[in-house]
Design a binder for this molecule. Structure first.
Ligand code: PLP
Length: 432
C-alpha cells in the first residue's frame, strides 16, 4: 500500500488531530464531553457528529481577525446546510452565502437574517430571483450579462430594486498557485475581468438594479494567502476605475476558500491568511465581505461508522464499514484524504486496511491503506468530515442518509433524524 502513509498517532496525541475538540479520555475518543461510543449506541451509525465549540471557535477566529473593520462573514451554506449548524452561526451574527432558493429557505428557517444573505451561482432561476427579492436579501452576486438582464426584468415585475454585485474573475496566475480553481479564465464562474467595466455601465443603466458591490471567489482549500491578496489588489483597481466613472461601491466581497488540515497540510491561521489582504485595504471605506465554508465547519465534524466485516484478501485487507460513498463522497470523488481513527482502541495486531463501504462500486472507498487495530463491530471516526460531507450525500443503493448530531459540552442535540427507507420512495409511484 501507500508506503508514505504516516503511522496513526497514539491516543495521547489526539490533540494533534485536526478536530480541535476531539480528545482521548478513559482510553476512548470523546468530542467535547461526550464519548463517541455513547453517540453510536444512542443514535446508531453512520452518524455525522459536530462540535458546537469547534463551530463557534472557527467563526470567532474570523470575527477576531476582522475586529475593528467594517466586515461581514457570510457562511457558505453549501459546505454544510443542516439547520442546527446554520442556527449556531445565525446566533453568532453570521451572514450567509447561498447558491439556491432552497438554501435561502434553510437560512430563514434557521433564524438567519435575509439582509445578511448574498446569493451566488451561475444559474439562478426566475423563481429563485423572485424569492430572494421578496425576502429582501443583501446582494445578488451576478455571474453573467444574461443574468443581469433577467434580474432587472424580474425585479421590475416584482416592483423592487435588486441590489447587485458583479462576480468578477480576477484570473490569478494558476502556475504559482495550483489550488486555485474557480478564479481562472476559462471556467464557468464570474465575468471576465476585461468585460466587468462595460457590464457595470450596463447595470447602472438598468432601472431595477442597484449596484452595491463587487465579488470574487478564487477557489477552495487555499493554503497560501498570496493569491487572495493578489486578487484583492486587482479587484481594487477595478473599484477605483468604477469610482472614476461615478459608480461607487459600498462593499467588496472576497469569497471563501481558506483551506483546512485534512492530513499534513499546514493552512495559515485566519488572521495570518487575512493579514496581507487587509493590508491591501488599509484606509478604504468599503465594507468587506467573506464567504468561508470549509474553514468554518470542516474540522468541526466527523463521520462515525461501525465495522461490519473484516475481509482479508490476497493483496489487500478490507475493513467494510456501514458508511459509504453515498454518505461521504469526497474520497471517491476527489481521491480526498480523511484521517480514520479507532474510537475505542484495543490491543491487537495492527493491519493495513482498505476502508470501504457496502456500495456496489469499486470506487466506494473512504480510505486506502490505513494501519488500524480493528475488530468486527468496532467504531471508527472519519475525521474532517464537517464540510462537503452530508451536503454531498445521496441515496445511491437506496441507502437512507445518516443521522446528524451536534455535541455541546455534555449534551447531544440530534439535528437530523436518520432517514427511513419508507421516506426514500414515499413520493414515487408504481404503474397500474
Ligand atoms: C463554495 C463557495 C464558497 C465557499 O468555499 P470554501 O472553500 O468552502 O470556503 C464561497 N463562495 C462561493 C461563491 C462558493 O462557490
Amino acid at each position: 500500500m501507500n508506503a508514505s502513509t504516516p503511522a496513526r498517532p497514539p491516543l495521547s496525541q489526539a490533540s494533534h488531530w485536526p478536530a480541535p475538540t476531539l480528545h482521548a479520555r478513559e482510553g476512548a475518543l470523546w468530542l467535547e464531553d461526550v464519548a463517541l461510543a455513547d453517540i453510536a449506541s444512542r443514535f446508531g451509525t453512520p452518524t455525522y457528529v459536530y462540535s458546537r465549540a469547534a463551530l463557534e471557535a472557527a467563526f470567532n477566529a474570523w470575527q477576531q481577525a476582522l475586529a475593528g473593520r467594517r466586515a461581514l462573514v457570510c457562511y457558505a451554506v453549501k459546505a454544510n446546510s443542516n439547520l442546527g449548524i446554520l442556527s449556531v452561526f445565525a446566533r453568532l451574527g453570521a451572514g450567509f452565502d447561498i447558491v439556491s432558493g432552497g438554501e435561502l429557505a434553510r437560512v430563514l428557517a434557521a433564524g438567519g437574517r435575509a439582509d445578511q444573505v448574498v446569493f451566488s451561482g451561475v444559474g439562478k432561476s426566475r423563481a429563485e430571483m423572485r424569492q430572494a427579492l421578496e425576502a429582501g436579501i443583501r446582494c445578488f452576486n451576478v455571474e453573467s450579462a444574461a443574468e443581469l438582464e433577467r434580474l432587472d426584468a424580474v425585479a421590475g415585475e416584482a416592483g423592487r430594486k435588486a441590489p447587485i454585485a458583479l462576480r468578477v474573475n480576477p484570473d490569478v496566475d494558476p502556475k504559482t498557485h495550483p489550488y486555485i480553481s474557480t478564479g481562472l479564465k476559462g471556467n464557468k464562474f464570474g465575468v471576465a475581468f476585461a468585460d466587468a467595466l462595460a457590464l457595470y455601465r450596463r447595470a447602472a443603466a438598468l432601472p431595477n438594479l442597484r449596484i452595491t458591490g463587487i465579488a470574487c471567489h478564487i477557489g477552495s482549500q487555499l493554503l497560501d494567502p498570496a493569491p487572495m491578496a493578489e486578487a484583492a489588489q486587482k479587484v481594487l483597481g477595478l473599484v477605483d476605475r468604477l469610482a472614476a466613472e461615478g459608480i461607487a461601491l459600498e462593499h467588496i466581497d472576497l469569497g471563501g476558500g481558506l483551506g483546512i488540515r485534512y492530513r499534513d497540510e499546514t493552512p495559515p491561521a485566519v488572521a495570518d491568511y487575512l493579514a496581507p489582504l487587509l493590508q491591501v485595504f488599509t484606509g478604504r471605506h468599503e465594507e468587506l465581505c467573506f464567504e468561508p465554508g470549509r474553514s468554518l465547519v470542516g474540522n468541526a465534524g466527523l463521520l462515525l461508522t461501525r465495522v461490519e466485516y473484516l475481509k482479508p484478501g490476497e493483496t489487500k485487507n478490507f475493513a467494510i464499514v456501514d458508511a459509504a460513498m453515498n454518505d461521504l463522497a469526497r474520497p471517491a470523488l476527489y481521491d480526498a484524504w480523511h484521517d480514520v481513527v479507532a474510537v475505542t482502541p484495543h490491543d491487537g495486531e495492527e493491519q493495513v486496511y482498505e476502508v470501504v463501504g457496502p456500495i456496489c462500486e469499486s470506487g466506494d472507498f473512504l480510505a486506502h491503506g490505513r494501519s488500524l487495530k480493528v475488530c468486527e463491530g468496532d467504531l471508527l471516526a472519519i475525521l474532517s468530515a464537517g464540510a462537503y460531507g452530508m451536503t454531498m450525500s445521496s441515496n445511491y443503493n437506496t441507502r437512507p442518509r445518516a443521522a446528524e448530531v451536534i455535541v455541546d459540552r455534555d449534551q447531544i442535540h440530534p439535528v437530523r433524524e436518520r432517514e427511513t427507507v419508507a421516506e426514500l420512495f414515499a413520493s414515487e409511484h408504481t404503474l397500474p
